[in-house]
Design a protein around this ligand. Structure first.
Ligand code: C5P
Length: 222
């Protein structure tokens, strides 16, 4: 640490799923191992950045050289990401649950024979990527998000980039029967920077992390 093209830079990376409690023993969550987000955090640190990794529950070791902040819910993830500002770079790789359970119970809900199952009342979660990308005072210079799509990958990714207000989108297909990125060690991504689309060959998530970190370093050096 200290040397490297990203020394003196601060990066915030979100990774893993968020979980939204139903009661003390149950939750709803998104499917995510955190492998890609953690690999990006590690690669940024390798290039000398100070990295704050805000992670939902994952079964991965902390990447070397990163400050890891563990959270559960989307709201906690947003608060910790904001608390870590200012930053030069934000990479939102977390699979954030779209909804939180409004009528969560502080006690375990009982199953009662003959009674209907409970109805969960859901409310939308804050969008962490959009919040960071639209921050007024301390927007990171480079805000990067992911688009995991099952269809019309690049069109949806372009829309998403506009909608969220971020600078770059890494698009990857998660269609069934595709070389699924979920859970695996490899990933096939397209980088949309607003001007062009760069399609990267299939490579390990570690390599995707390294390549993205290099790309970030080059962009910030301009
Ligand atoms: O809207 P969608 O979930 O498809 O967008 C994916 C991108 O937005 C990812 O970069 C993800 O980390 C980010 N996101 C977020 N907060 C949310 C939902 C998505 O940061 N509540």
């Amino acid at each position: 640490l200290g040397a490297g093209p990203l020394s003196g830079r601060h990066a915030i990376v979100t990774s893993g799923p968020t979980i939204e409690p139903i009661d003390p023993v149950r939750y709803i969550a998104n499917r995510s191992t955190g492998r890609q987000g953690h690999a990006i955090a590690a690669a940024l640190a390798e290039l000398g950045a100070r990295v704050t990794l805000v992670s939902g529950p994952v079964a991965l070791a902390d990447p070397p050289g990163c400050t890891v902040v563990r959270v559960e819910s989307a709201l906690q993830m947003l608060n910790e990401a904001r608390a870590a500002l200012p930053a030069d770079i934000a990479v939102c790789a977390a699979a954030v649950a779209d909804w939180t359970v409004v009528n969560r119970s502080t006690e375990k809900r009982k199953k009662k024979i003959g009674e209907p199952p409970p109805v969960l009342q859901l409310a939308p979660n804050p969008d962490i990527l959009a919040t960071l990308a639209r921050a007024e005072a301390d927007r990171p210079r480079l805000v990067i998000g992911f688009a995991a799509e099952t269809e019309a990958l690049l069109d949806n990714a372009r829309d998403k980039r506009q909608r969220k207000g971020c600078d770059w989108i890494l698009a990857n297909s998660v269609a069934e029967g595709d070389d699924s990125s979920f859970g695996g060690a490899d990933n096939t991504v397209h980088l949309l920077d607003g001007e062009s689309v760069e399609s990267w060959p299939r490579m390990s998530k570690r390599e995707v992390g390294r390549r993205l970190a290099q790309r970030i370093a080059a962009a910030l050096a301009e």
